[in-house]
Design a protein around this ligand. Structure first.
Ligand code: NDP
Length: 403
């Protein structure tokens, strides 16, 4: 039984808050605060309608540390769940430190003026969290999050060491829009337009964005083009699995998405450099995000499945030589919408955020300091994935992937 304070009221938060409310034996009191209170109220109304649970709502600018500290002191949660944007990670961590309350998020900190996803800003809080006797759990979404837990589960149950790792993220959903992103457009576009980076022989190797394309036949989706890109879990996976020779991240994009993105990039609409327009300073990417469909409005029209998983090759635990395993989850957009009113990209992030929170508030995962998912026992988290809407399968492949 515990009180949680969730920050942010987008698609991911909506799923997480619904799932917390469906589990009142774990989350007895849920508080939701965001920049726009009406969005919190809409989530609270949906939760009330679906399961009769009350969610308390508040307006907060999470970048205002003193206001955040006051809110935390008023609510007295055992955990603050940050489902706002990566820009708010550090101010919310500062507020948690001052109020002495543990912290969880789903995406690593990124400065507004620099498209750089790196953990070092948050890892630098380790000693202060340790001294305060509280815990921060970083990246409890799907990727990062479940992909890290999948990898560590393979390493616990199937492979002694991992030689190569490929993370394959496929969204086979069709939302019927010409161009829309399935999570926050600003964060999504910053991510896909950044140079690709993969881990090889002890260092990150940088290649141009979207330059490496491979077709892969995804179960429950079909053949799709996937592109190698940088994703933040590569940093923590490389840190906690130093034996890996190579680790790569792949994401699928349709041709129409790539064409739109190329045009938008060519005309300067994806830039994060401020420009003056009629005397007002605007950031082109933020303006673009404002005119694109809101991710939380895509749920009703999105059809199809997501398929996200890890293919790992390494030395088998049972001494039978080198083996390759593919571990994945398939999630239906329609089923996700039916259950929480949100599409599967929000669902596959919001459910692991709820599970990570459950691990922490029940003391199943504990510690003092700042931790990544790789440092925790994967088993109880994997059990909850099966029980709470993200079932997974693992199969042995004939050999390493050749792409
Ligand atoms: P949305 O943009 O839909 O929602 C973000 C929410 O944060 C909005 O409600 C927004 O408020 C609120 N917010 C923004 N700034 C502030 C602020 N200063 N103070 C308080 N609230 C603020 O994003 P998503 O729900 O799609 O994503 C949420 C998080 O999940 C992001 O960090 C994203 O990167 C991460 N993510 C992680 C994934 C993973 O697998 N690990 C996958 C997908 C997303 P307002 O409504 O006023 O705009």
């Amino acid at each position: 039984m515990s009180t949680v304070l969730v920050i942010g009221a987008g698609g991911v938060s909506s799923v997480c808050v619904h799932k917390m409310a469906f589990n009142p034996d774990i989350f007895s009191s849920i508080h939701l605060a965001s920049r726009t209170k009406s969005k919190c109220d809409a989530i609270a109304a949906s939760v009330k309608e679906r399961c009769g649970v009350d969610v308390a709502t508040y307006e907060i600018d999470a970048e205002e540390v003193p206001a955040m500290v006051n809110l935390i002191r008023k609510v007295q949660p055992s955990l603050v769940v940050n489902l706002a944007l990566p820009y708010q990670d550090l101010p919310i961590m500062d507020a948690c430190l001052e109020a002495g309350v543990s912290y969880l998020d789903t995406a690593n900190y990124e400065p507004k003026d620099e498209a750089k996803f790196e953990y070092h800003w948050q890892w630098a809080y380790h000693d202060r969290f340790k001294q305060a006797g509280i815990m921060a759990l970083l990246g409890s979404g799907f990727d990062p999050g479940v992909t890290s837990v999948f990898t560590m589960w393979l390493k616990k149950h199937k492979l002694k060491t991992i030689r190569t790792l490929d993370i394959l993220d496929c969204n086979g959903g069709d939302h019927g829009q010409h161009f829309a992103t399935n999570f926050n457009p600003e964060i999504n576009i910053r991510e896909v337009t950044a140079p690709a980076r993969h881990w090889e022989n002890g260092e990150f190797v940088e290649t141009p964005a979207m330059a490496h394309k491979v077709e892969f036949d995804f179960e429950a989706v079909g053949p799709k083009n996937m592109y190698m890109m940088y994703h933040e879990e590569l940093e923590s996976l490389a840190k906690f699995n130093p034996e890996m020779e190579r680790a790569r991240f792949w994401m699928t994009f349709g041709d129409a998405y790539i064409t739109h993105l190329t045009v938008l990039q060519n005309v300067g609409m994806t830039s994060i450099e401020p420009i003056k327009y009629k005397g007002v300073e605007i950031i082109p990417l933020q303006f673009l995000a404002a005119v694109l469909p809101k991710p939380e409005t895509l749920g009703e029209t999105t059809k199809g499945n997501t398929n996200i998983g890890c293919i790992a090759t390494g030395e088998a635990l049972d001494g039978s030589g080198e083996k390759t395993f593919y571990i994945k989850n398939i999630c239906s957009h329609e089923a996700a919408y039916e259950e929480t009113g949100n599409q599967a990209v929000s669902y596959t992030t919001g459910v692991p955020a709820m599970i990570g929170s459950a691990m922490m508030v029940q003391g199943i995962w504990s510690g003092e300091g700042v931790f990544n998912m790789e440092e925790m026992d994967p088993d109880p988290f994997m059990d909850m994935l099966n029980q709470h809407g993200l079932p997974w399968t693992v199969e042995e492949l004939d050999g390493p992937v050749e792409f």
